[in-house]
Design a protein around this ligand. Structure first.
Ligand SMILES: Cc1cc2nc3c(=O)[nH]c(=O)nc-3n(C[C@H](O)[C@H](O)[C@H](O)COP(=O)(O)O)c2cc1C
Length: 190
């Protein structure tokens, strides 16, 4: 796990139109970044291209989040979750990131991530939940397909959202939505 230091308490705010894009090879080394990536992160294109993507890793991110991301990507599926990234000067920014495999002729040739501004409730919920993982207090919680969920794998359980301060939280479906009812609607057993 790469530990990028120092960090500050300064949050860089994205605007509604910011879309931070990067592409990587199969090992997670950066092959492309867009202008928003450069503008927000403070790194130059020269400093980013060819580097492992953990160059922007913030030490507050729990290892479980990236393990889950890579598990999904290696499985050929997209991953959506909350990510806190570190700028070159130590400041930070939160994104709602969707990473996905890129295919050519049916073969996965790399990965792409598109990130945009999350809501404040999503950030607050992720901050509390990720702290639990970092402090080894997550108990029965796990991160599954980018969402913090309770218990072991299983369709019903994978849709059981964690109740954090602000209500049920799911990065891809938003705050306040209890996905358990959806799961039950699809015929899963409690
Ligand atoms: C397409 C793609 C985008 C990624 N974006 C980020 C990112 O924005 N921030 C980040 O910390 N890691 C990102 N990662 C994950 C890193 O490759 C790495 O797993 C993570 O930073 C943890 O690295 P470490 O365990 O070596 O510290 C991305 C990976 C891929 C494939």
């Amino acid at each position: 796990m790469r530990n990028n230091l120092p960090v500050t308490n300064v949050e860089v705010q994205l605007d509604e139109h910011t879309l931070i894009v990067s592409k990587t090879d199969l090992k997670g080394q950066i092959t492309y970044i867009n202008k928003d990536f450069i503008d927000i992160s403070g790194f130059t294109e020269l400093e980013l291209i060819g580097q492992p993507h953990n160059l922007v890793r913030h030490p507050d991110m729990p290892v479980e989040a990236f393990a889950d991301m890579w598990h999904d990507l290696k499985d050929g599926r997209p991953w959506t979750g909350l990510v806190k990234n570190r700028c070159k000067n130590g400041d930070y920014y939160w994104v709602l990131a969707t990473a996905t495999p890129m295919r050519e002729n049916g073969q996965v040739v790399g990965y792409m991530s598109v990130r945009r501004k999350p809501t404040r409730q999503q950030v607050d919920a992720a901050e509390s939940a990720y702290r639990l993982f970092r402090e080894r207090k997550a108990g029965g919680l796990r991160i599954l397909h980018g969402a913090v969920v309770k218990g072991e794998m299983g369709f019903w359980q994978s849709c059981t959202q964690v109740k954090t301060d602000g209500g049920f939280w799911c990065p891809s479906r938003g705050l306040g939505i209890d996905c358990r009812s959806w799961a039950l609607g699809y015929g899963a057993n409690e």
